[in-house]
Structures are given as C-alpha cells and as structure tokens.
Write a protein that binds this ligand. Structure first.
Ligand code: FAD
Length: 628
C-alpha cells in the first residue's frame, strides 16, 4: 500500500529479531500487506527525530497497536494510551507510530463512538495549521477520506455530481413493495479477516451474513448440471489457469503482457474438449463457458480484453476469511460515514486548476457554475470511466504517464437484474445459483444469481457479465425481465414463478457518473499503471478503486485508497508552511483562465442560480434518498 524505499536510498538497518509475543501481531501485518522486513519511506518519516531505533521496534509497535485497536474498534486509541503499552525508551517512537497509523487509517478509522477524541491532531494555537480539502465524489472512497480528514481536523467539502451518496455502492430499499433491499453495485465484502469494511461493520454492530459456497448450476432446459461434469470441468479449468501461469512467466514479458487471456484460455479449453467423448463434450463446453463468465464478472471485462500476464496481478493481496454481505445493504456504511459531512450534490466538476503549480496558491475547482471552489488540496475520487471520458479538464494538463495509465487500464461493465417476488420459490438456504448457457456470447447472462436476502425478503439479483453485460444495456427492461423469468421457470418447473412485484435493470455503462463498473488489467495495462494512478500531481490527489495496484475493483480498495490519500494530505499539513496554506474552503467568481482569484468569506454552500443543498452538516444520505 505504501511505496517501498527507493532503489538508491540507503538500505534499511537489519530488523531486530522479533520477540515471540510479536509473532501473533505479525499475522495482522501480513494480512494487511504491511512491510514486515523494513520500513516504507512513509513509515520512516514518522521515526522520532534525534532518536535511534531499529526498524523492528517500529514494526513491533505498529503491529501491536493495530491489534490493540482492532480488538475494540469503536474506541479511539489515544497516543498516550498507545505509548503506555511500551517501555519508557519507546515513548516517542510509540507516539510517532500512533501518528502514522492514525493519519493513514490503520487505526482510529471509520465510525467510532469517540471520534471527537482526535486531540493529538486538533489544531492548537501556534502549531501547524490544518488544510482545506475539496473531495470530488461521494462514493465510499471520497466519503471515507472526507470523514477521516475531518476527524484529523481539516476542513472538507465533498462535491458530488449526482443527487445521491454512495456512487457504485447503491442500495435500493423498495419500501413501496415491502421493505426489501438490493445492492445494485458493490455487494460482497471479500476476505473478512483483513477487510477494513468488516471492521466498520463491527463498529456499527452489523452482523454480516457469511456467503455459503454451494452454487447449483442449471442448464437452459432447467436441469441441474451433472455433478460429475461440474467437478471435472472445475478441476480442468483450474488446471488450465495454473498451466497458463507457468506458461506466461516463460514468455517474453512484454509479449505476455500484451497477450489476451481469453484467446489463450479458449485455445486450451478447446484442446481439452476434444479429448472428451461426444456425449459430455457439449455439457463440458457450457460449464467451461460458465467459468469464463465468472472470470469476466470478477474483472468486469471480456476475457479477450484481459492481459494474460497481468489480469490477476492483485490476487496475492486478497484478504483471507469469509466473503460476507451486510444485511440491509452497504448503504449502511455510506449513511454512517456521511453524517456530519458537508456534501454539495449536483456539483459535477468540469475542471481543476492547480494554481500553485502556476505560481498561485492552492487548487481551483470548477463545476460549470458561476463560482469556483478554492482550497489547499483536491482529492479526485471519480470513477476511471469519468476520467477516460475527459469530463474533468486538468490545468495544467496531467503528466503524460498519468494520462497513459488512464488510457491503459480497462474500465468495463457488469450489470444486475433485480427481481422481487411475493413468494420465494427457490431454496432459502442457497445463497447463489446460476445458469450455464449454450451460446458462448451468452455465457455471462444470469450466470450467477445472488439470493442474499433472507426471511420474507424474496429478492434475487441476476448478474450479467462479459458480452451479456453490454448487451443488456441496449434492451428494454420488460424484455430483460421476461427473459430472466423464462430462465427461472425452466429451472423451477414445478414452482409458481409469478410476475415479480418489483424489478430493476442496472446500466452502469450508460450511467454518466461512472461509465462502467470497475477496472481491470487490459492487454495494455500492468500493475504499474495502477501505481501511477495513485500518484498525486501537485495538490491534486487521486483515490478510488482504480488507484490501487493491490485491491482494485473493490469497495475495500476504494476505502483503503481514501485512507492513503487522507494520510498523504494530512502529512502535507505537517510539512507545508502556514503561509503557503489557504486553510479555508472559499468560493470565488469563476476566473478559470487566470491563476489569481478574489477571496470571499466561505458561505455554507456556493451562491448559484441553481438549487443547491445547503447546511451540509445535516445534508446526509437520508436527505439524498428522499429525493429519489
Ligand atoms: C455492479 C457492480 C458490482 C460490484 N460488486 C462488488 C462486490 O461485490 N464487492 C466489492 O468489493 N466491490 C464491488 N464492486 C466495486 C465497488 O462497488 C467499487 O469498487 C467501489 O464502490 C468504488 O468506490 P469509489 O469511491 O472508488 O468510486 P464511486 O463509488 O464510483 O464514487 C465516485 C463518485 O464520484 C461521483 N462523480 C463522478 N463524476 C463526477 C464529477 N465530475 N464531479 C463530481 N462527482 C463525480 C460519482 O457520482 C460517484 O458518487 C462492484 C461494482 C459494480 C458496479
């Protein structure tokens, strides 16, 4: 998550041998993919000046504090309490480690009962002044960063183009039908052991539902796929992937990067199918196609677009533990995070000027209105699809390598069809089931169906991946719903599959606030492109799902990058001279072409001819939902 020491930096001192009692703490560091054999550059910056400490001492204190806080994540762990855990000679080091962990959101993050206790970070007269920050986008990354920066004492406003919070976290709660919920975007928290959102769930007293692995597959005639064929294909498919992972490392790196995963996969599957007797070949082909659809779903992309070498470059960083869902939907995180934040809805940012790089001060954010918003820093959290479309102009232009990364990383589509029924006709215990299709181009159509709602919430979410995800966007809702119902009637011939009482078809590709579902490594991209996406450009910072090499395409990736940038911005506050800071968010008459501006006193919301949500403190998710 944090850059390793640069190649030409002095080698870190040999780590101190770990004491046996540190070993248990080490587990959490490994789970969170923290450095365990030396300090990152950022960590090193928090060593107390004038004292000499082993890297191992920092690491041991760091790990112990993370374990301590995670045991009671609703409580704020103060620097004094942290320092009290260690011998006197480590007091300053413990303070430094505590500061690092809190600023970068490894401890003291989320929704704590005692959030007001960030005393160590409170602005004190005569000490460092805080920053003013404009966060662009009220998705999970933007909200997490905004809340954390606010806790650390900075002045924050969130600009959101749409009329609701959450971005790609979008829980619909259809009260007209019955109180039922469905996550139209991100739904599953993967890897409960390391996932920071599972910590936030604990803070909120949420008991997540553990998803059961059983997933019966139905063919187009409604028959369940023969279990022998099912198992045989699964084994075969995994073996092919394993063989390909050896094959690609033996290839020239650049050729492997630019080769298509889908093409290689299909070639190898065809060879395997040829070996099978005719009577099982077709069934095996369909199940193989199902597995490709599953892979296309994980990458929101068509397999042919994915890089043979890079498509799974983040797999090594997957958190361990169960995959879980939050009853009531992930909006519960969004609601909790957005409390007390200033969010200005219907503010679509169209340009960002880094005034400092042009000899001025701070950043100027333009939303196509008469006034501009001015602050020390801006955090851009908009989806990669929005950056690809050039919705936001950057002045001066972003560096070439950043533009290249925006182009290289793929931003594909995944869609869901949601049906709500009066009565449940499928097995309640079954969390997932799916359909295998007999045409390759259809393989992603309803290949997986979530049934995560329990009790009297009779909801299914059918996924459309790969080509089917694109195709569904061009069809009428009624047609899609009828098609899915026909599939369900085949699979449950004895059941009364009546008309749904409510339905919804997502179109993430056409949504002007996202233009897609999530990112993946195309045949042009490598993990380095994700790294590039994370780099700040002057006072313009970037976070969000597509800015992390290790956790892309996920809600937790969005969260972690929000914390990373909150930490970077907070660090700037420590090192930037007060004279260089604006510290207040201000609005000024639009003067984009120049780099100077007239500073105005900050009103609660920018004066504009259009209706704007004001009184940000109570402008939270509940208000946003009312509008829908
Ligand atoms: C169908 C689907 C299924 C998914 N399933 C899972 C899953 O099961 N598990 C998982 O972990 N992840 C899943 N994801 C991915 C996960 O939802 C995202 O990675 C995560 O929510 C992204 O958060 P973010 O904050 O980076 O971006 P967003 O949530 O997209 O937030 C960006 C915000 O910026 C706003 N915005 C856009 N343009 C502008 C502009 N010009 N000015 C101002 N604001 C702007 C947008 O409206 C949005 O609110 C899924 C996503 C989709 C679409």
């Amino acid at each position: 998550m944090i850059a390793r020491a640069a190649k030409n930096a002095p080698p870190p001192r040999a780590p101190r041998p770990l004491r046996p009692e540190d070993v248990a703490d080490l587990e959490i560091a490994i789970e969170l993919n923290l450095e365990t054999d030396g300090l990152s550059d950022v960590e090193r910056a928090f060593l107390p000046p004038g004292e000499s400490h082993n890297d191992g001492d920092f690491i041991a204190i760091r790990n112990a504090l993370i374990v301590k806080w995670r045991a009671k994540p609703r409580e704020y762990l103060s620097a004094t309490a942290a320092a009290d855990m260690f011998k006197n000679k480590f007091i300053n080091l413990a303070h430094g480690v505590h500061r690092y962990l809190t600023m970068f959101g490894y401890i003291n993050y989320g929704v704590m009962r005692t959030a007001s206790k960030f005393e160590e970070f409170a602005e004190k007269k005569g000490t460092s002044q805080k920053m003013s920050v404009v966060v662009i986008g009220a998705g999970i990354s933007g909200l997490a960063a905004a809340k954390h920066l606010k806790n650390l004492g900075h002045r924050v406003v969130v600009l959101e183009s749409s009329e609701r919070l959450g971005g790609r976290v979008d829980t619909r709660d259809d009260k007209d039908v019955k109180k039922v919920w469905a996550d139209l975007g991100g739904s599953i928290l993967s890897g409960s052991n390391g996932n920071p959102l599972c910590v936030v769930a604990r803070q909120l007293g949420i008991k997540p539902h553990i998803i059961q692995p059983e997933c019966p597959l139905y063919d187009r005639n409604g028959d369940t796929v023969d279990s022998e064929v099912d198992e045989m294909v699964e084994k075969n498919f995994n073996k092919i992937l394993e063989d390909m992972s050896f094959f690609r490392v033996a290839m020239d790196r650049q050729i492997a990067n630019a080769s298509s995963l889908g093409r290689e996969l299909e070639k190898r599957i065809n060879v395997e199918l040829e070996k099978l007797p005719m009577e099982t070949r077709n069934a095996a082909k369909d199940v193989h196609n199902w597995h490709i659809a599953n892979l296309e779903f994980a990458n929101a992309s068509q397999a042919k677009e994915l890089s043979l070498m890079q498509w799974d470059q983040d797999d090594a960083y997957d958190f361990t533990g169960n995959h879980v869902v939050v009853p009531g939907g992930n909006v519960r995180f969004i609601d909790a995070l957005s409390k007390d934040l200033r969010v200005w809805y219907r503010h679509r940012v169209t340009s960002i000027t880094d005034a400092q790089s042009l000899g001025g001060k701070g950043v100027i954010v333009h939303c196509g209105r008469e006034v501009d918003i001015i602050a020390d820093c801006v955090l851009v959290t908009v989806p990669l699809g929005v950056l690809k479309r050039g919705v936001i102009s950057f002045i001066p232009e972003l560096p070439h390598r950043k533009l290249q990364a925006i182009e290289n990383i793929n931003f594909g589509v995944l869609n869901k069809v949601i049906l709500v029924f009066e009565k449940r006709f499928w097995d309640e215990k079954c969390d997932t089931f799916g359909f295998v299709q007999s045409h390759t181009r259809d393989r992603g159509r309803y290949f997986l169906i979530y049934s995560h709602n329990k009790g009297d919430e009779n909801v299914i979410l059918a996924l459309c991946a790969g080509e089917a995800a694109i195709e569904v966007e061009s069809r009428e809702d009624d047609e899609v719903v009828e098609d899915l119902l026909a599939h369900l009637r085949c699979a449950f011939p004895k059941a009364d599959v009546g008309k749904p009482v409510a339905s919804h078809v997502t179109r993430w590709g056409k949504d002007e606030n996202t233009f897609g579902a999530y990112s993946s490594c195309s045949t042009r991209a490598t993990g380095d492109d994700y790294e590039e996406m994370s780099e700040p450009v002057g006072n313009i910072h970037f976070s969000g799902e597509a800015t992390t090499r290790h956790y892309p395409a996920t809600m937790h990736g969005a969260w972690i990058t929000g914390m990373r940038e909150a930490g970077r911005i907070a660090m700037k506050s420590d090192i930037t001279s007060p004279i260089d800071k604006l510290t207040d968010i201000t609005v000024a008459i639009n003067n984009l072409q120049g780099t100077t501006y007239k500073k105005e006193p900050a009103p609660p919301a920018p004066a504009t001819t259009e209706p704007v949500e004001t009184g940000g403190e109570e402008n939270n998710a509940q208000d946003a939902n009312k509008k829908e």
